[in-house]
Design a protein. Structure first.
Length: 346
């Protein structure tokens, strides 16, 4: 008789989120990852939990919104169980508005956000002067300010989740026997293996490079400008990223592409112009063919499931991904949006 109800391969954000949702429901859970907790893209630097634009609403945007709204209570519970900080904070985001047409559009989206975001967060258009010394330069003199965007420290969050799972009696190990139902949350290598197994591409890895600078802007909103994320963290650092590289030789090497990101970030945000770089990071993020998460039954493997493809949005989607996967794995209840199902990538 199995002593474990659910085995989860992968100790990244999706694997640990599924584990946490399962152990909270009383399941006996074992997480296996030979590389350790947050060893892949979940161990990066950036940690931007940013929403989709509040318009043309669909299941993907609604799912992400629900997950972002869940996040504050979710990470508070994780931190209480583990005794570890995730670095979570719903500090908002600023985006420059380039011209009058986009300014009009941004103001129209304010009204849509009031409805679509259910009054739980705000999308506003404000003068750059409201954020002296921090707001990015804007040709119109205005920035979009939303209060739904949050930040977290990916490494700390992964460790906090693992600690919470263990505090509830779950296992997080590098090697062990597979028992019970099985969830594959194995990142980009898992997508490549599945593509080979099925004989057709279902996803791939996209390399990203990012950096951490020493600069204390803890309570300020993150910035998104010139296609860059600039995120103040709780520990007196600012993360900047990232590149998107479909072709690469070394998944963990940093090169001139990152130096370009750093240079552009210093232009976008003069406050970090002289901030020293204290770490450079590179890793590969899992991108399913649809760009949406890939969730559901593993093809032709009874009692096996997939939770993968959290490309750039894994931490933002994690809380709700864990819930819907626990519904499916433990109770056979499928509430996964059609666009997220494994079949959508096949």
């Amino acid at each position: 008789m199995a002593i474990v109800d659910v085995t989860i391969y992968g100790a990244g954000i999706f694997g640990l989120s599924v584990a946490w949702s399962c152990v909270k429901r009383g399941a006996k859970v074992r997480v296996i990852d030979p590389y350790g907790v947050g060893a892949g893209s979940s161990g990066g630097l950036v940690g931007a939990l940013a929403p989709h634009v509040p318009e043309h609403w669909n299941a993907k945007k609604a799912f992400q919104f629900d997950s972002l709204i869940m996040a504050e209570d979710y990470w508070r519970e994780v931190e209480a169980a583990s005794g570890l900080s995730s670095g979570y904070g719903r500090t908002g985001r600023l985006q420059p508005v380039a011209d009058e047409r986009l300014l009009t559009l941004a103001r129209e989206r304010k009204d849509e956000a009031a409805t679509l975001w259910q009054g739980k967060a705000v999308w506003d258009v404000r003068p750059v002067a409201d954020f002296p010394g921090w707001a990015p330069d804007s040709a119109t003199g205005y920035v979009i300010h939303d209060t739904l965007t949050a930040r977290m420290n990916p490494r700390r969050a992964a460790k906090a989740l693992a600690g919470a799972v263990q505090a509830k009696g779950g296992e997080v190990v590098q090697e062990a026997q597979e028992e019970g139902r099985v969830v594959w949350a194995t990142g980009w290598r898992g997508l490549e293996a599945l593509s080979q197994e099925l004989g057709k591409p279902v996803g791939n890895g996209v390399k990203g490079q990012s950096a951490m600078l020493r600069h204390d802007a803890t309570d300020l909103p993150q910035l998104f400008a010139d296609a860059l994320h600039i995120i103040p963290h709780t520990d007196g650092t600012v993360a900047i990223g990232s590149t998107s590289e479909r072709e690469f030789d070394d998944p963990t090497s940093c090169d001139d592409a990152l130096e370009d990101v750093i240079t552009r970030a210093r232009v976008v945000c003069p406050a970090i112009k002289n901030a020293p770089v204290i770490e450079r990071w590179a890793g590969v993020r899992p991108r399913a063919k649809t760009r949406a998460p890939m969730l559901g039954h593993y093809p032709d493997r009874p009692d096996h499931f997939i939770a993968n493809g959290g490309f750039k949005i894994g931490f933002g989607m994690g809380p709700k991904v864990g819930e819907v996967m626990a519904d499916l794995v433990l109770e056979g209840c499928d509430t996964i949006p059609e666009d997220f199902k494994v079949a959508a990538s096949l």
